[in-house]
Design a protein. Structure first.
Length: 335
């Protein structure tokens, strides 16, 4: 008797077998390249330095152009793990109209000698309601070079009480020296605006260096946090320098900064648009909150040059004029 067994789970590797039964004996003839192999013994593990990326949680939808890249290279293996965040949508329809970061996930590796054995990618966060979703618009949702998808999962298929949000497990094809992976993914926060998130993304590569098997581990931390400088009383204290990565606009109308100046001290304050857009004004106040200087021109970049007439903590305000858009900016202060 001959039967055909096929796994129908779309997120498991399809394995087919003919089961042939003879009196007193049966055996399987496997048609898939997924063969049972001896357990690979890892002779050593290298963990690359963790790359950390974080921005203030945007006050509204904004196009981003941000990258978190973990690059590693030695005499045996080179690997690039890249999360390219291209959009923040305050009400992304594909994720239940939730605040969502949209990103390209890529990984590429090159063995100097030997070959790549397999790759495992996992995304983890301790906040239960958040979701990490592979964008599976079709069966070939992941672009793979010299890899095949053995197993993957995302929201709805993992324990909602656990920290694991999504994973992809891949095996190399024909012992290649190089492999690559690309997919689009969405990180939906499902949280109040004042919640701080931290997502850990990990790539594990097993490779053969010509003598033994080794493992390379690369980590990226993705973070987003609310700001806390929305009033004069909670102004962020700063000194001379550049402060980048903050956002104003949408529900976040005001950002305040506090800097100590002495009487007759000259100061230059400038705000430069990094990405996104909103109309805003720039103001400087003295110790008694009297407005001393402003820039209300219709430009995305603004500048104030002035001289302090008293000693103490002066206040800088960046004020958004509209709720429909937001802007990430760099604040530069020199005195």
């Amino acid at each position: 008797m001959v039967g055909l067994l096929v796994s129908l789970n779309r997120k498991m590797a399809v394995v087919a077998a003919f089961l042939v039964i003879v009196p007193g004996l049966f055996f399987s003839v496997w048609l898939s390249s997924v063969m049972r192999e001896p357990t690979v013994v890892i002779a050593g593990t290298t963990t690359a330095n963790t790359v950390k990326w974080g921005i203030e949680r945007p006050g509204g939808s904004v196009d981003l152009s941000e990258e978190a890249v973990n690059t590693f290279s030695n005499d045996e293996i080179s690997s690039v793990f890249n999360l390219s965040i291209f959009d923040y949508d305050e009400s992304y329809g594909g994720m239940g109209s939730q605040d969502t970061f949209c990103m390209n996930v890529t990984a590429s590796s090159q063995a100097s000698s030997g070959f790549i054995k397999n790759a495992y990618m996992v995304f983890e966060e301790d906040y239960g309601p958040s979701i990490f979703d592979w964008s599976e618009s079709n069966v070939n949702w992941a672009e793979l070079q010299n890899l095949y998808m053995k197993e993957y999962a995302d929201f709805g298929e993992l324990d909602s009480a656990g920290s694991e949000k999504a994973f992809a497990r891949m095996e190399a094809v024909d012992n290649p020296q190089s492999t690559s992976f690309h997919a689009v993914a969405h990180w939906a926060l499902y949280s109040p605006k004042n919640y701080t998130h931290l997502m850990n993304a990990t790539l594990e590569l097993v490779y053969f260096n010509g003598t033994v098997y080794k493992k390379l581990v690369q980590l990226i931390e993705l973070g987003t946090h609310p700001d806390s400088n929305n009033t004069p009383e909670t102004a962020e204290k700063i000194q001379n320098g550049t402060y980048a990565g903050n956002c104003v606009g949408g529900y976040d109308h005001h950002d305040y900064y506090s800097i100590y100046l002495t009487s007759n001290q000259k100061i230059n304050v400038s705000v430069k648009n990094m990405f996104g857009s909103t109309w805003y004004n720039l103001y400087v106040y003295d110790l008694s909150l009297n407005q001393k200087a402003f820039d209300e021109t219709n430009n995305y970049d603004k500048t104030i040059d002035m001289t302090a007439d008293s000693s103490g903590y002066w206040l800088i305000e960046i004020r958004s004029l509209y709720e429909s858009s937001c802007m990430f900016y760099a604040l530069e202060v020199y005195s």
